[in-house]
Unconditional design. Structure first.
Ligand code: 9PG
Length: 789
């Protein structure tokens, strides 16, 4: 199916089987609707905010001008675009005296939406200040229309959150959105130019979704993130939406006569259901920005959540040894914050690392593992040599003094400055720093507090904005680290990071506690280190996995509940067994990194069992269930063998009734269901199954296997996948002997349960093997034996 391009005196339209795009010429108005005409919008405009600079934390200042008449049109049936072959319409549009826009719309044959590019030209005689560009400006006036099926009161707006730790939530209209308190906290958790959210004004960074849960809705998001920060704003009152806008803040110098500035490219799509919107956008943004997504996730160990800044070389050594004894497939051992003399002086070791980092990196690599190191490359303590010797490298505020990027009481002096990566000295320093770390043996870098690299401020290169500076800095680190390095972003501005990282932290820090209300209250958003805060983002941002990077849900904490040991502040745990299990199962279904952060020798056999079952990671991206609450409460991963893993959690404080609806998960025929956490089969006739009440903070994890009348592994206790990863083949011969081939890296011991055709009972066996096993199991003569070939 191709794209149909039509043009008449008053409009031009592009259509495929899924969407219809119409651009009215007098005045310039855009409509994108699905094939039925029931989902989408009409009457959207494009515009700009001019004759002012963008101001931190404020609405875009200046004069708002919107496109009026479309002048020249150029239509092309097939062109190459960053998203593939597409039809394209280009238009020149009058904006205001001395300013002109050019607009491009691209639609591919099977795209569920359109890509929009906007460029502003200064056609006047003098330089002009441009505060921002507005590639999508929908206002509920005149003939403008938002078409969204369902009950308008049930609409939700996905607020994605600026950086890794910022909350991502599906907001109800009328709800008061949370916002960080005060300037310094906003600097950390929100993007510099997006306005402060309040009742009636929702803000989402980079991308968003709008619609009623489980119904079709809109997917909106910036596809490119090369230079400018972009966000979406929704204004509403008394249940009515009156404005929905996509904006980019344009930093840097005034636009010279004859010069042009482009907005970041925007995606405007229709998602059915609206829960698919985030994945729809992310898939395209990842493609546009060339996201280097590895084929396989990593598993490993991290020092932070057990040792904090007091980590010592011996702590790492001991756990490295314990990992060897475990025989589980791990890839990386990562040293976190605490090894450095000061933030900025990354190559000068702290007292706990008397021999420096090189011997430790060597020991880790001698085990065949990646050696991982944390660092916050854009931060510098005022006490560091780096800041003292290179004042000119620091990002400055409007007053010309080095800006305070952050206040973290865990560090000596607490106050941190940010580096300006547009300074050539910083750029080459970052490159040589990464080169030296690689030379020490580190090939996995957890780059943290990255928001500091994209802050608003006065830079050495006045033409570069925060995003350009940030991307230059990360590029310098990657150049220095060389090929094969694995970069994990953390505390990172998500949009600006697309295309730069193998993996990305997508939520707040975990902690060995469920909530952290005191921290959340001080900060104003749910960003305090706590299992619940981390998990909410895992459920909200699950669709980013494999599309933008590997998601990092943060670490598994498998230690038993216990008070902290005296003098070891992060050693205990307040998590109960159900909470540990919910955290572990959610990390598994996330499909990305699986990193444990316990003292391994302190784990109980239960904890060790969980760790073995989490590794290797599942790899696949789950689908999220309906966003009925602040975040979806279920994830579902489909495997190539036709089976699925379905996780339902209760992140709330009241028991909730749980129901399994196989149809909603895409199963239509007969089904057998294995309860992974209880290691037993559940009765399921194929229809909905009531699963009783789910206690607060608890989880159900089920494996769904289509019953196709042949012998199959229904469940195992070898891995959370419960058979989906480890079953290579099952064959049943007429004599009633089942041949089962299992393959799973590591030392394994556990149970397998075989479902046999026409036989309600399971055949169970205890198995133990390293890496692979071929098992012959006498299961008796069965009704419809299969002939093994
Ligand atoms: C090391 C830690 C761990 C952790 C990171 C990050 O706002 N704050 O003061 C703040 C402090 C620490 C923090 C996040 C915020 O955690 O996510 O995994 O590496 O740094 O310091």
């Amino acid at each position: 199916m191709a794209v149909t391009l039509r043009r008449d005196d008053s409009s031009v339209s592009l259509a495929n089987e899924r969407v219809r795009v119409r651009l009215d010429l007098v005045p310039c108005r855009l409509a994108v609707l699905d094939a039925s005409g029931e989902v989408g919008f009409a009457g959207a405009r494009v515009g700009a905010c001019v004759d002012a600079r963008p101001q931190p934390d404020a609405e875009l200042a200046g004069t708002r001008v919107v496109a009026s008449l479309v002048r020249d049109l150029a239509c092309e049936d097939e062109v190459d675009t960053p998203l593939g072959r597409a039809a394209r319409v280009r238009a020149r549009v009058a904006l205001a005296a001395g300013l002109e826009l050019s607009l491009a719309l691209e639609l591919g044959s099977d795209w569920p939406g359109v890509a929009l590019a906007l460029e502003l030209a200064n056609t006047g005689p003098s330089p002009r200040e441009i505060a921002g560009l507005e590639p999508f400006l929908w206002r509920g006036d005149g003939s403008a229309r938002l078409a969204l099926p369902g009950d308008p009161r049930a609409l939700r707006f996905l607020a994605l959150g600026h950086q890794s730790w910022s909350p991502a939530r599906w907001l109800r209209l009328g709800e008061r959105p949370s916002a960080p308190r005060g300037k310094l906290l906003r600097r950390c958790y929100a993007s510099p130019y997006a306005p402060r959210p309040r009742r009636g004004r929702f803000v989402s960074e980079s991308a968003s979704a709008l619609g009623e849960p489980e119904r079709a809705g809109l997917a909106l998001g910036f596809l490119s993130h090369s230079r400018w920060l972009g966000w979406l704003e929704l204004l509403h009152e008394a249940g009515r939406i009156h404005e929905l806008v996509a904006r980019c803040a344009i930093e840097g110098e005034p636009l010279a006569p004859g010069a042009t500035v482009a907005s970041e490219r925007l995606w405007l799509g229709i998602a059915a259901p609206v829960e698919e919107a985030l994945g729809q956008w992310a898939e395209r943004a990842g493609r546009e920005m060339g996201a280097p997504v590895p084929a396989r996730p990593l598993g490993g160990w991290c020092s932070w959540y057990r040792f904090g800044t007091r980590v010592r070389a011996d702590d790492v050594r001991r756990n490295l040894r314990a990992l060897r004894g475990l025989g589980a497939p791990v890839d990386v051992v990562q040293i976190d914050d605490g090894f450095q003399a000061a933030n900025g002086d990354w190559l000068a070791p702290a007292a706990g690392f008397p021999d420096g980092l090189a011997p430790l990196a060597r020991e880790i690599r001698a085990e065949g593992l990646r050696a991982g190191l944390w660092l916050a490359p854009f931060l510098a303590s005022p006490r560091s040599r780096l800041a003292r010797e290179h004042l000119e490298w620091l990002l400055r505020g409007a007053d010309g003094r080095p800006l305070t990027a952050l206040w973290n009481p865990a560090w000596p002096g607490a106050r941190m400055h940010a580096l300006d990566a547009t300074h050539p000295g910083v750029e080459s320093w970052l490159e040589s720093l990464a080169r030296e770390l690689r030379a020490l043996g580190f090939d996995y870098l957890k780059l943290d507090f990255l928001f500091a690299g994209a802050l608003a401020g006065a830079r050495h290169d006045p033409r570069a904005g925060g995003v350009a500076a940030y991307r230059r800095g990360i590029a310098a680190l990657r150049r220095g680290a060389g090929p094969g390095v694995f970069l994990l972003g953390c505390g990172a501005p998500l949009g600006a990071s697309i295309g730069l990282f193998e993996a990305m932290r997508i939520g707040a820090d975990v902690a060995a506690r469920w909530t952290n209300r005191a921290f959340d209250a001080v900060v104003g958003v749910e960003a305090g280190p706590a299992a619940r805060n981390a998990l909410r983002n895992v459920f909200a941002r699950a669709p980013l996995h494999q599309r933008l990077w590997l998601n990092d849900p943060d670490c598994a904490l498998l230690r038993p509940s216990a008070p902290s040991a005296p003098g070891a502040p992060m050693s205990g745990s307040k998590l109960g067994p159900a909470e540990v299990q919910t955290l572990a199962a959610s990390i598994a279904l996330c499909g990305g990194l699986v990193i444990v952060s316990d003292e391994l020798d302190e784990l109980t056999p239960d904890g060790v069992g969980w760790l073995r079952r989490l590794l290797p990671g599942l790899r696949l991206a789950p689908r999220t269930g309906p966003a009925r609450g602040p975040v979806p409460d279920s994830l579902c991963t489909r495997f190539d063998d036709g089976s699925a893993l379905w996780l339902r959690v209760n992140l709330g404080e009241k028991p909730e009734p749980v129901e399994l609806d196989p149809r909603a998960l895409g199963f239509s025929g007969p089904l057998r269901v294995w309860d992974v956490l209880e290691a037993r089969e559940l009765a399921c006739a194929g229809g909905r199954v009531a699963l009783g009440q789910l206690a607060p903070h608890a989880a159900r994890l089920l494996r769904l296997v289509p019953d196709e009348g042949r012998a199959r592994v229904l469940g195992t206790t070898l891995h959370v996948a419960a058979g989906a990863l480890e079953t290579e083949s099952v064959a049943l011969d007429p004599a009633g002997v089942a041949r089962v081939r299992l393959r799973l890296p590591g030392s394994r011991a556990g149970e397998i349960a075989l479902a046999l055709p026409g036989e309600p009972r399971l055949a169970r066996a205890h198995v133990s093997f390293d890496d692979a096993l071929e098992l012959r199991l006498r299961v008796g003569v069965v009704d419809r034996p299969e002939i093994a070939d």
